[in-house]
Design a protein around this ligand. Structure first.
Ligand SMILES: NC(=O)c1ccc[n+]([C@@H]2O[C@H](COP(=O)([O-])OP(=O)(O)OC[C@H]3O[C@@H](n4cnc5c(N)ncnc54)[C@H](OP(=O)(O)O)[C@@H]3O)[C@@H](O)[C@H]2O)c1
Length: 237
C-alpha cells in the first residue's frame, strides 16, 4: 500500500510517519514537509512541499504518481499560535490579520492540499483521506467559548471534509474521507495551553499516532464525511 503524510515534521506528523513505517503493509511512504526533518526514518520518501502556490502543491502530489495510487493520505497541517498570534480569550482580541492567518493555515491549505491529493487515492480499493481536526471545531460541543480563530478554522475544515466526502461518494466509491481529533497531545501547538487539561489526559505524540492509526484501520465506507476522535467515537458537528 502507498501512503502520503502531509505535514510530516510536526509532533503528531512525525510520529505518524514513524508508526506507519513499522506497518509492513505500507510499501511506499511519502512524507511531505516545508523543511528537511531533523531525523529521517529509513525507507521513507521525504519531500519538501511549498504551500505558497497551487502549482507547487500539485507538483508535490504528482511525485506520488511513480508508485501508483495512494491508499492513505493524512494531512496534519494546523496551528493554534505563532509569533504575535494567540488563541483569543474574547471578542475584543479578535484581529482580522490573525484570523486570516489561522483560517489560511488550518482550512485553506488543507483544502487545497486535498484538491491535489484526493484524486491520487485509489479508485478501485479501500482508500482513506484524513485531515487532523480538533474537537473545539464542534459547534454542538462548544461549552467554553473563546479561541475564535482556531475554532472557526476547524469548523470550516470539518465542513470541507463533509462536502468533499459527498462529492467523492459519487465517483470514488471505495474512498473514505474523515477528520480525526488526535486528543490533547504534547506538542509545540498545545504546550502553552496544557495547564487547562489534567496531565494524565495529555497524550504523547507516539500514543496519539497509534490511536489515529487504529481509527484509520477500522474506518468503513459508512464513516465518510464524519469527524471522529482518537478513540473512534464520533464528534458531533
Ligand atoms: N496537539 C494537540 O493537542 C492537538 C489537539 C487537537 C488537534 N490538533 C491538530 O493536530 C494537527 C497536528 O498538530 P501538532 O500538535 O502535531 O502540532 P505541531 O507539532 O505544531 O505540527 C503542526 C503541523 O502543521 C504544519 N504547519 C504549521 N504551521 C503551518 C503553516 N503556516 N503552513 C503550513 N503548514 C503549517 C507543520 O508542517 P511541517 O511538517 O511542514 O512543519 C506541522 O506538520 C494540527 O492540525 C492540530 O490542529 C492538535
Amino acid at each position: 500500500m502507498n501512503v502520503a503524510i502531509i505535514g510530516a515534521n510536526g509532533s503528531i506528523g512525525s510520529s505518524l510517519v514513524e508508526n506507519i513505517s513499522q506497518d509492513k503493509n505500507y510499501k511506499n511512504i511519502y512524507a511531505f514537509a516545508r523543511s528537511e526533518p531533523e531525523t529521517k526514518v529509513a525507507n521513507v520518501r521525504y519531500n519538501l512541499i511549498d504551500y505558497t502556490e497551487e502549482s507547487k502543491i500539485s507538483f508535490a502530489a504528482d511525485i506520488t504518481d511513480s508508485t501508483g495510487p495512494l491508499d492513505l493520505v493524512i494531512v496534519t497541517i494546523g496551528m493554534l499560535h505563532s509569533e504575535g498570534i494567540k488563541p483569543e480569550k474574547n471578542l475584543q482580541s479578535l484581529m482580522a490579520s490573525n484570523l486570516e492567518h489561522v483560517l489560511h493555515t488550518n482550512t485553506i491549505i488543507p483544502a487545497i492540499v486535498a484538491k491535489y491529493f484526493l484524486p491520487k487515492l485509489s479508485k478501485h480499493s479501500r482508500s482513506v483521506f484524513v485531515a487532523l481536526s480538533a474537537r473545539v471545531g464542534s459547534i454542538g460541543d462548544n461549552k467554553l467559548g473563546g479561541w475564535y480563530s482556531y475554532r472557526m478554522s476547524k469548523t470550516a475544515l470539518n465542513m470541507f471534509i463533509k462536502t468533499a466526502a459527498i462529492e467523492y461518494k459519487r465517483t470514488h466509491t471505495h474512498s473514505i474521507i474523515v477528520g480525526i481529533h488526535p486528543g490533547t497531545v504534547d506538542s509545540e501547538l498545545s504546550k502553552p495551553y496544557q495547564n487547562n487539561v489534567p496531565q494524565n489526559q495529555v497524550f504523547s505524540p507516539e500514543y496519539s499516532a497509534g490511536k489515529i492509526a487504529d481509527v484509520i484501520g477500522k474506518l468503513d465506507l459508512e464513516d465518510t464525511g464524519k469527524i471522529l476522535a482518537w478513540d473512534g467515537l464520533i464528534i458531533t458537528p
